[in-house]
Ligand binder design. Structure first.
Ligand code: MD3
Ligand code: FE
Length: 211
């Protein structure tokens, strides 16, 4: 039996086929307004194999010169990110157990050969809030470890319609995507995978939130 690190909840098959199709449709609208861009590693400028965009008041971006950060505008168009679609806000309210709304939805697009190396998500100020991940399209092999890069990892498959909720002591766990399982889903028009992550960036209960 596979034991996940404490604070990580995998919910296989949460979204029905029609809910997945609706999400793909709203993501197409987001991408039409905020085109996918190729993120670069800080300092080296090495391109990542995943392409990205965002919706919500803040979006995660990275480039050679300025590195990892959240910003309110698209790095190429300079326009504000599209609003967070209601369906995603509803899903966050239903699943996150967190009072405040998410501020960023990072949209990752994996072509058949894309992967994501082991990393931590630590560019958010509010680490008390969970991260909610939604997988669409081809399945992938996902890997999660501990708070140190050297810690033992466990791997499991993420299929289209699966959710992963990450919180508590795993919020800073190392994780990555080793590979895609090509052709395992008919959801998208072509091979590939979309992952959405809903995140809180700035502290909730700060100014103006009653705290
Ligand atoms: C475990 N995305 O965008 S989502 C990322 O499938 C990212 O595209 C992966 O890692 C993907 O940063 C994984 C699941 C996930 C997201 C955040 C986590 C797992 C996590 C944060 C801490 C531990
Ligand atoms: Fe991550």
């Amino acid at each position: 039996m596979l034991v996940l690190p404490k604070g990580i909840r995998h919910i296989p098959g949460f979204l029905s086929r029609s809910a997945q199709e609706d999400l793909v449709e709203v993501i197409r609208l987001v991408v039409a307004e905020a085109p996918l861009f190729t993120p670069e590693m800080p300092r080296t400028g090495k391109p990542m194999s995943v392409r990205m965009t965002n919706c919500g008041p803040l979006g995660w971006v990275t480039d050679k010169e300025r590195g990892y950060r959240y910003q309110p505008v698209h790095p190429i168009t300079g326009r504000p990110w599209p609003a967070l679609p209601d369906r995603l806000l509803d899903l966050w309210r239903e699943m996150s157990g967190f009072e405040g709304p998410p501020e960023a939805c990072l949209v990752n697009y994996y072509g058949p050969d894309a992967k994501m190396g082991l990393h931590q998500d630590r560019d958010e100020q509010d680490l008390a809030a969970p991260v909610l991940s939604i997988s669409l399209g081809d399945a992938c092999l996902f890997r999660v470890g501990g708070l140190r890069r050297e810690d033992r990892t466990v791997s499991f498959r993420l299929d289209s319609g699966d959710l992963v909720l990450i919180g508590g002591e795993s919020r800073l766990a190392f994780h990555g995507v080793d590979r895609l399982y090509r052709g395992t889903s008919t959801l998208l028009k072509r091979e590939g995978r979309i992952n959405l992550t809903l995140r809180r960036v700035t502290p909730w209960r700060g100014e103006g939130n009653g705290g």
